[in-house]
Design a protein around this ligand. Sequence first.
Ligand SMILES: [Zn+2]
Ligand SMILES: [Zn+2]
Length: 66
Amino acid sequence: MSGECHFCHGLVLAGEPEHIVLDGHGDHEVYMHERCARGGEAIVSDRRENVDVTCPECGAVETTRL
Ligand SMILES: [Zn+2]
Ligand SMILES: [Zn+2]
């Protein structure tokens, strides 16, 4: 499964490190590179393996693995 980064429109491959895929909420999937999410201030908190990311589509906060 792959998609376009919300920020830079580059290719994001699900399951790759440093790629963030939000697919567990709503009726949409959002793909982001970790660096783009950080640059776009979508990452609201950072833990060891998980990050909280604000979905740029709907504004919901999702916790996801890096
Ligand atoms: Zn990107
Ligand atoms: Zn969303």
